[in-house]
Design a protein around this ligand. Structure first.
Ligand SMILES: Cc1cc2nc3c(=O)[nH]c(=O)nc-3n(C[C@H](O)[C@H](O)[C@H](O)COP(=O)(O)O)c2cc1C
Ligand code: SF4
Length: 362
């Protein structure tokens, strides 16, 4: 595979070398077996999106325990993870870095299937009360589970550990000003839980052969909202010094999916300008921007800071060679995502991921 001169990229963070700034975004494909391990179909799904100009291939939504999965076909960390080593080895051999998203959905609120919640206020009230009710021992247990799961995944060969604090998952609501109204230390500093998780991973991993990444919903409810509070939380985390990378996403699953799976009308790479600014402002960490990337040539026209990377979801579902074709002047050969929404299998009542334009998705 040849990179054109404008897309050539080499970036080192800790002992980890990135060779492309374009990543396969975390995708919960619904292809785990009953023990939370990857099925051969999931390995194939990721094999098709490794190498091919892709810097990091993230395995999406791996729950810290069986108790906090989002559905029956979600991956989770367990005592027996023997099936995972072949996954990390395969991704690395193909030429990408194996990344993993460490997640936890600790809520009694059943994830909505519909595109939009009928009663936002009722959900917000429910999530505020759940966040408030957590005891300190429960919080400590969750911190330990995040740390131990992340360390287990580092030992399995994952090079990018992404802590999921987006989309209304546990760490998303717990660190959000919208939901966390606690008056204790975890309310006064809403990033404290993240700091404790990052510190714990750093202490226990015994290596710096990985990148510690945080995925966070930048805009939660609307692209018009004021992000000062969010930026000040991220500022505190960068200054704290334990994390290496901040990955932007948007939206809250239980309110509306429009920001999570951004509408076509938001436009190509609509999150690049704000994240580019943050990357320039905070050069000590890597930044990752995501949402509606369907024209890499357009992105490359900008002067990009070295620490800015991109995650791509649906364009790589529709065509696993989207990045490769983009960077080798075969843009006209790309099989395009039509925004048909078939991949949202949970909302569609399907057992696992599917794609309206790609019959050979995995
Ligand atoms: C089928 C599907 C499953 C997804 N699963 C996850 C997930 O497990 N974790 C996550 O953080 N984001 C998940 N996402 C969101 C993507 O990572 C990405 O943020 C989103 O699709 C926007 O990027 P795009 O416009 O390039 O598709 C999922 C998206 C799709 C389409
Ligand atoms: S299922 Fe539809 S929306 Fe999803 S990636 Fe495929 S074409 Fe795009």
């Amino acid at each position: 595979m040849t990179f054109t001169s404008s897309t050539r990229y080499l970036y080192k963070k800790n002992k980890v070398q990135l060779n492309s700034k374009y990543f396969f975004a975390p995708i919960n494909a619904g292809l785990a077996d009953s023990k939370g391990n990857p099925t051969p179909e999931l390995v194939s799904f990721h094999s098709k999106r490794s190498g091919r100009g892709i810097g990091v291939n993230y395995i999406g939504n791996v729950s810290i325990t069986k108790d906090y999965v989002t559905n029956d076909t979600t991956l989770y960390v367990s005592e027996d993870m023997s099936g995972w080593k072949s996954m990390t080895a395969m991704i690395e051999e193909a030429g990408s870095l194996p990344g993993v998203q460490v997640a936890c959905y600790k809520s009694k609120y059943t994830l909505i299937r519909k595109w939009k919640n009928k009663d936002d206020d009722q959900y917000i009230k429910f999530a505020i009360e759940e966040t408030d009710a957590l005891t300190l021992p429960q919080i400590n247990t969750l911190i330990n589970q995040f740390v131990d799961s992340s360390v287990a995944l580092i030992k399995l060969g994952f090079k990018v550990i992404q802590i999921h604090a987006g989309h209304g998952y546990f760490l998303s609501t717990f660190t959000s000003a919208l939901f966390n109204k606690r008056t204790d230390e975890y309310g006064k500093d809403r990033s404290l839980i993240l700091k404790r998780i990052f510190e714990g991973i750093r202490e226990k991993a015994g290596t710096d052969d990985y990148i510690l990444d945080l995925r966070i919903s930048f805009y939660e409810r609307s692209l018009e909202e004021n992000t000062d509070i969010k930026i000040s939380l991220l500022d505190g985390l960068v200054k704290h010094g334990a994390l290496d990378m901040i990955s932007q996403t948007n939206g809250l699953y239980n309110l509306s999916k429009k920001l999570m799976y951004p509408h076509r009308t938001f436009g190509q790479g609509f999150m690049t300008p704000p994240i580019l600014d943050l990357a320039a402002q905070y050069p000590s960490v890597l930044w990752n921007s995501c949402g509606n990337i369907w024209d890499i040539e357009e992105i490359e026209k900008n002067k990009l800071p070295d620490n800015l990377t991109f995650s791509i979801g649906r364009s790589l579902l529709a065509d696993e060679d989207f990045v490769l074709k983009s960077i080798t002047n075969q843009k006209d050969q790309i099989r395009r995502c039509t925004f048909c929404n078939k991949c949202h299998y949970y909302s569609m009542g399907l057992p696992h991921i599917a794609c309206g334009v790609n019959e050979n998705l995995f």
